[in-house]
Design a binder for this molecule. Structure first.
Ligand SMILES: *[C@@H]1O[C@H](CO)[C@@H](O)[C@H](O)[C@H]1NC(C)=O
Ligand SMILES: *[C@@H]1O[C@H](CO)[C@@H](O)[C@H](O)[C@H]1NC(C)=O
Ligand SMILES: *[C@@H]1O[C@H](CO)[C@@H](O)[C@H](O)[C@H]1NC(C)=O
Length: 438
């Protein structure tokens, strides 16, 4: 151990000091002691670089650690722990960092790049983080798989530009964080990869996800308990399970989520679109949620509130209220385009449907809604919603032509579902082109 510290001190003393934009620039080469390029593990060099960066090297100047384009390094899981001396540190990755290919070479860490107690980090670049999760999915159970990038107790974070490939579990998780912007990210894992959420946000406030594409085997974004003031804007999701609030209330937990805006997002070939899911038996609330300007391309369950997530009957539920779905357009792959499956005792209050124009992606297929125990206000909605709170055995909407007050209120008359011939042909070529482009 003493030798290791001495070695790092010697290495740090020998930086090739470079300055760019007034910043001191550190590179991997400053920390690689062994120039043997077949030496494949750069964990120690990476950790030493982090310690230099976070430990305030650069004599008061802001510092950047840069991995240049065309450089590739393999590193084991890293704890990147603060607090750091400078409130303004930067890691720029234009090359590639990979995790060990085999799961057994990871050790027991719960995450690969684990940022903890760091304030004021900019993590940026045009590079790639490849975690080789494909070697975990079939061999290790979900609960024992690590996350790719975790921010725990981190604040004032900008994470921009990188591509993440094949996480063993969530690609990004934020827990106990405030004031973070995640932008221009590309998160990629196959549609059938298990539990590979894009971004999970829990116990966090003031978080923005902007202009990103997320293609994974589970939720594109999942917003979990104790989170509020979250904006998700210009995100393209699919394949994936949608942009979800929840699941909340598992095991009787009391959880709260509020003030979430999901705007200008596209769901393409997803299993769900705008989704709120809660477990029976939970407590707490989900309120003040807006999904606005949403484009659907062959998405299943474009709008879904599911309070029977993992069915069972319980006396309590997480209360869902003040949820607006506004300006949805496009195609649904499932005949049930709107599903509001609320808890019989708590119900869902003030669910607003405003300018919803969804057609089937199959020709000549009418769309229906399913609604139980929700108080719905609809304005210009292409699918008839009939929600009869008082009748537990109510059938899907199509068999109940008369809405029953007070749980289905139309402030303007329903527009009829569009006849098949009026479906905009636009979506089919667009969908084809979209896939060809990917
Ligand atoms: C380079 O590293 C590899 C793997 O650690 C080792 O087998 C090889 O002998 C080293 N070569 C030199 C020239 O040090
Ligand atoms: C939020 O984080 C950004 C980026 O680090 C920073 O510029 C801004 O001042 C922070 N805002 C607050 C209120 O701390
Ligand atoms: C989210 O959007 C709202 C409305 O545009 C804005 O007032 C708020 O500051 C935004 N919050 C974040 C965390 O970006």
């Amino acid at each position: 151990m003493g030798f290791e510290i001495l070695l790092s001190v010697l290495l740090i003393a020998s930086y090739h000091l470079q300055y760019g934009n007034g910043r001191m620039i550190l590179t991997m080469k400053d920390f690689i002691s062994d120039s043997n390029s077949t030496n494949v593990d750069h964990s120690q060099a990476f950790q030493n670089a982090w310690r230099a960066l976070c430990g305030g090297k650069g004599k008061g100047r802001a510092a950047s650690f840069v991995i240049h384009a065309h450089e590739t390094y393999t590193i084991q899981p890293q704890l990147l722990q603060g607090p750091c001396i400078s409130p303004n540190i930067q890691i720029q990755i234009d090359g590639t960092i990979e995790a060990p290919k085999m799961a057994k070479d990871w050790g027991t860490s719960e995450c690969w790049l684990c940022f903890e107690k760091v304030t004021g980090l900019v993590l940026t670049g045009s590079g790639v983080l490849n975690t080789h999760g494909e070697n975990w999915w079939s061999s290790v159970g979900f609960s024992s798989r690590p996350e790719a990038v975790r921010f725990f107790d981190c604040h004032n974070i900008l994470y921009n530009g990188l591509t993440q490939i094949n996480s063993p579990r969530n690609h990004i998780s934020m827990f106990d964080c405030t004031n973070a912007t995640l932008s221009n990210l590309h998160l990629n894992a196959p549609e059938n990869s298990p539990n590979t959420d894009g971004i999970d946000i829990s116990h966090s406030q003031n978080i923005q996800v902007l202009s990103s594409t997320i293609k994974t085997g589970d939720d594109c974004v999942a917003i979990k308990g104790a989170s509020y003031d979250i904006n998700i804007t210009y995100v393209t999701c699919g394949p994936g399970h949608g942009i979800s609030i929840g699941s909340l209330g598992q095991g009787g937990a009391s959880e709260e989520v509020q003030n979430v805006n999901v705007r200008h997002c596209t769901f393409s070939g997803t299993q769900n679109g705008a989704r709120i899911k809660t477990w029976p038996g939970g407590r707490g609330f989900v309120k003040n949620i807006l999904y606005e300007d949403i484009t659907l391309i062959n998405a299943n369950f474009p709008i879904i509130i599911d309070q029977q997530y993992h069915q069972s009957s319980q006396a309590t539920a997480v209360k869902v209220s003040d949820v607006t779905f506004k300006s949805f357009k496009g195609t649904s792959a499932d005949a049930t385009a709107i599903k509001l499956d609320c808890d019989p005792t708590t119900g869902c209050d003030n669910i607003v449907m405003d300018h919803i124009n969804i057609v089937s992606s199959s020709p000549r297929t009418p769309l229906t809604s399913y609604c139980k125990f929700a108080h719905v206000i609809s304005r210009v909605v292409s699918i008839h919603i009939d929600c009869d709170f008082r009748n537990e055995d109510s059938q899907p909407a199509s068999s109940h032509p008369q809405p029953s007050a007070p749980y289905a209120i139309s402030s303007t008359p329903h527009t009829q579902p569009p006849a098949p011939t009026t479906q905009p042909p636009l979506f089919f070529p667009f969908y084809t082109n979209f896939n060809a482009f990917l």
